[in-house]
Design a binder for this molecule. Structure first.
Ligand SMILES: [Zn+2]
Length: 116
């Protein structure tokens, strides 16, 4: 069961299970220092890849840190997109332009086809 998914602009992804997601957020102070824009109601957010690599480097060791750092280092743009799979959230209160960017990046991964 995937709880947090990190996606880059090309759809490459790293998926974290609940326990991995919880320990990662704990170890990184909720990814606060790397967050560019975030939904106020869930953990979905836009993170800066350079800052993410720094945070992972400074954080206590985490099982998935190497996977996340590799995703960040190979990302085609400066941002990664975090999808909170556990949240029943429509991100309605997420109003800044980061939300638009996030939607564009994560929507191709949406299982429902947009053009049936
Ligand atoms: Zn949300």
């Amino acid at each position: 069961m995937t709880e947090l998914t990190f996606v880059d602009d090309e759809g490459e992804r790293v998926e974290l299970e609940a326990e991995e997601a919880r320990t990662l957020m704990q170890a990184t102070d909720g990814l606060d220092a790397a967050t560019v824009s975030a939904c106020p109601d869930c953990r979905s957010r836009v993170v800066a890849v350079v800052a993410l690599v720094d945070i992972l480097h400074d954080a206590p060791p985490h099982d998935r840190a190497a996977d996340l750092a590799a995703l960040a280092e190979d990302a085609p743009t400066l941002h990664l997109y975090v999808v909170d799979g556990s949240a029943r959230c429509d991100h309605r209160a997420w109003l800044d332009p980061g939300h638009e960017e996030w939607l564009e990046a994560v929507s191709p991964a949406d299982p429902a086809p947009r053009h049936p």
